[in-house]
Write a protein that binds this ligand. Structure first.
Ligand code: AMP
Length: 124
């Protein structure tokens, strides 16, 4: 997979573009989505150059994968969505509608989120 270093999340990670930060550590940056789809909509990014879930989960060192998972759990707790519930989404490439080619996980919550897919994707 080829990583495009000029994508907008790479520029946010480099500090060239601001974000509404929620959390950061050595491996992870999290910030509010600019076009939120729910009362809580936070994006979690590894700092490393991964295009999507496919290369991140295939090639990232275990400490980076663990850091991302722990950051999600910590921020979900801080934002108060653990008891009521939340949804995690990660889009890989065009069939999933991935817009930004730097791996990220959406955390959505703060209200009932409805059906997982709306409208449902056609079955083959
Ligand atoms: P995806 O379709 O999974 O690639 O999601 C990309 C997400 O990034 C969308 O929900 C956008 O609203 C969000 N987004 C794009 N640019 C920015 C930005 N500068 N700051 C925060 N979120 C952004």
């Amino acid at each position: 997979m080829t990583y495009d270093p000029s994508n907008i999340f790479a520029r946010i990670l480099a500090g060239d573009i601001p974000c509404n930060e929620v959390y950061q550590d050595e491996h992870v940056l999290a910030f509010h989505d600019i076009q939120r789809q729910a009362p809580v909509h936070v994006l979690f990014l590894p700092r490393g150059a991964y295009e999507s879930s496919q290369d991140f989960y295939s090639t990232a060192p275990p400490e980076e994968i663990t850091a991302l998972a722990r950051a999600i759990a910590k921020v979900a707790d801080q934002l108060g969505v653990v008891a009521a519930g939340y949804r995690l989404i990660s889009n890989h490439r065009h069939d999933a509608g991935q817009e930004v080619p730097h791996f990220h996980i959406h955390l959505l919550g703060g209200a009932p989120l409805g059906a997982m897919l709306c409208p449902p994707a056609p079955t083959k």
